[in-house]
Design a binder for this molecule. Structure first.
Ligand code: FAE
Length: 543
């Protein structure tokens, strides 16, 4: 096949995959595949050569590469397929008017910024529903994760950052960095649809005034800022600004989903995976158990839930190859449960260890009255303060939006610090526990504080104490966006994500990353998954 013909075919298949996702959503199917686009609901696939758990970055890469290799694959995702408009004509709700679609089975939203001027004006009462954003609570840390076809890609800020090679090598000493930076990072960026804001538009548009104001404050402190690519389509964003395209990033949409513009995984990897014709997707099915049959094949138990969260069916699936892409929390929980309940007793002792928050800390600064941030703010971050090379206090701080539709003079940041602390998961009494102390979070806070004390001193500004609850704290030290680790590459698995002790069981998601990667993590997770799939398909397909 000529490259041109191949490209045309792939595009056609990609379009078929998108059509399958759309048709299935419109008809309310919980099973999606090319068959369901053509005919009525297909027969259930109860066994397949390969099963993928979860449809975030790790799961989506696995599904596409298996499908392209001609291997019939079933993807099980506990969240919904987000493609059907609600009564307001929109698939997702905005951050300022959240409804039941916003959060995973809650009676009230739990936004990262809990208060404004110490007032409880941000969160709203909602009806329980399989909404798109979850906040999973542990004793001293809560973790935000996406739920739905596309996982975290549905709710994240789209920042598509490749880590500095030196730090990647520090974190993954046994991985060939030249191959990662020469092959897998470029492949991941291209597949994810990474692009960059036009610098001229950035300098002139009201929508990024907030970023320019933060850049000025950093420059006053002698600090370097850097543009950061994103998967949001910046041509679309410019058309939003011009009034020629429907608004999403410019309409306060992000953590509860974007109705337009964002190249989330359902538009990229997953559409292409379904387009191969070999991949079927079941939604609202939560895998609860993994065991091994006598012939060495895998047996999965899954609960199918309805929109109220009630379990309507408990199903069993069989497969020869099992890929875990449930994310740092989801995959670690499944493996720990299997080890502790004795269904996979040989799992390595390191399963559940090496977990970190990527050093996440959120904070706000109060600008002077003349340093406005603008009432109009794009929800897609495009710049970071890059002080990672400062060996005494390495920090990379994303300049985050706070789009409230009014001027509030707040500069918001998500700092990624080089916190060496690691947490450990355990599984007892049917639930996952995280051993992570407030003192471990305090390490991240101290590093963020050092950088931002410096910025405040250089600008004669102060922190905002009104954003993270009524206690008046300046640093959000009790939640993270970047859970990493729990099933670390080279420890719980071999150097390619093959789980130790169990042939044909693989991990492809953020649980492989040892707690920290120094930048926003999804490009790294995607690139590592691409590397794993290349190796596994070349070596294990006949196993
Ligand atoms: P993930 O994307 O979480 O996917 C796991 C999937 O598995 C989910 O769809 C789950 O519902 C599903 N699942 C879990 N357990 C089960 C089970 N037992 N049965 C069936 N399904 C299951 O995993 N990162 C960036 O690089 N740039 C950003 O700008 C950025 N912003 C963020 C903003 C927010 C608000 C949040 C929450 C995260 C952000 N992140 C960002 C982090 C990023 O989204 C995250 O690292 C990746 O999504 C992790 O990818 P995984 O494949 O590990």
């Amino acid at each position: 096949m000529t490259p041109k013909l191949m490209q045309r075919q792939l595009t056609r298949r990609h379009i078929l995959g998108m059509a399958a996702l759309q048709t299935a959503a419109a008809l309310g199917f919980t099973r999606v595949g090319l068959q369901s686009a053509r005919a009525a609901e297909p027969a259930a696939v109860e066994s397949a050569p390969a099963v993928v758990v979860g449809s975030g970055y790790g799961g989506a890469v696995a599904a596409l590469r298996l499908g392209r290799a001609g291997i019939r694959t079933l993807v099980l995702e506990m969240g919904k397929l987000w493609n059907t408009p609600g009564s307001d004509g929109k698939v997702f709700c905005s951050t300022i008017a959240p409804d039941e679609r916003s959060m995973w089975f809650r009676t009230r939203t739990e936004a990262p910024l809990a208060t404004f001027l110490w007032l409880d004006v941000v969160d709203r009462d909602i009806s329980p529903y399989p909404g798109v954003l979850d906040r999973v609570h542990f004793e001293n840390m809560s973790v935000y994760v996406g739920r739905g076809v596309g996982g975290g890609s549905l709710v994240n800020g789209g920042m598509a950052v490749t880590p500095p090679q030196a730090y990647f090598t520090e974190q993954f000493p046994t991985v060939d960095a030249a191959e990662m930076y020469g092959t897998y990072f470029p492949r991941a960026r291209s597949m994810l649809g990474v692009n960059s804001v036009d610098p001229a538009w950035f300098e002139s548009t009201e929508w990024y005034r907030f970023t320019r104001t933060s850049r000025k404050a950093a420059a006053n402190a002698g600090l370097k800022t850097t543009f950061v690519p994103n998967v949001y389509d910046f041509d679309h964003m410019q058309r939003e600004a011009a009034g020629t395209a429907p608004r999403s990033a410019l309409a306060q949409e992000v953590i509860y989903g974007n109705n337009h513009g964002k190249r989330s995984l359902d538009k990229t990897y997953l559409a292409a995976a379904l387009g191969t014709g070999n991949v079927t997707l079941h939604t609202l099915e939560r895998v609860t158990g993994i065991s091994r049959a006598g012939d060495g094949s895998w047996v999965l138990t899954a609960d199918r839930i309805d929109a109220t969260g009630a379990v309507v069916e408990t199903k069993q699936y069989g497969c020869r190859y099992l890929f875990l892409g449930g994310g740092s929390l989801g995959t670690t929980e499944l493996l720990l449960r299997a080890r502790e309940t004795g269904t996979l007793p040989e799992l390595d002792a390191s399963v559940g260890t090496g977990w970190g928050t990527n050093g996440n800390v959120m904070l706000g600064r109060a600008n002077h009255i003349w340093d406005t941030v603008g009432a109009d703010q794009s929800t897609m971050p495009v710049m970071g303060i890059d002080d990672w090379d400062n060996a005494a206090n390495p920090v990379f701080a994303e300049i985050a939006p706070l789009p409230m539709g009014l001027e509030h003079w707040v500069s918001l940041y998500l700092a990624i610090t080089k916190n060496p602390e690691r947490g450990t998961f355990s599984y007892a009494d049917g639930s996952l526990r995280l051993d992570w102390s407030a003192a471990q979070s305090a390490v991240s806070v101290a590093m963020a504080k050092k950088l931002f004390d410096w910025i405040n001193a250089a600008n004669a500004t102060i922190y905002r104490y009104d954003l993270f609850g009524s206690t008046g704290k300046a640093f959000a030290d009790d939640f993270c966006y970047h859970p990493l680790g729990g099933c670390v590459l080279g420890k719980a698995t071999d150097d390619y994500g093959r789980v130790k002790g169990y042939p044909r069981l693989y991990v492809t998601d953020g649980s492989l990353v040892p707690g920290s990667i120094g930048v926003n993590p999804f490009v790294t997770i995607t690139a590592l998954a691409e590397r794993t799939m290349d190796r596994v398909l070349a070596e294990d397909a006949a196993a």
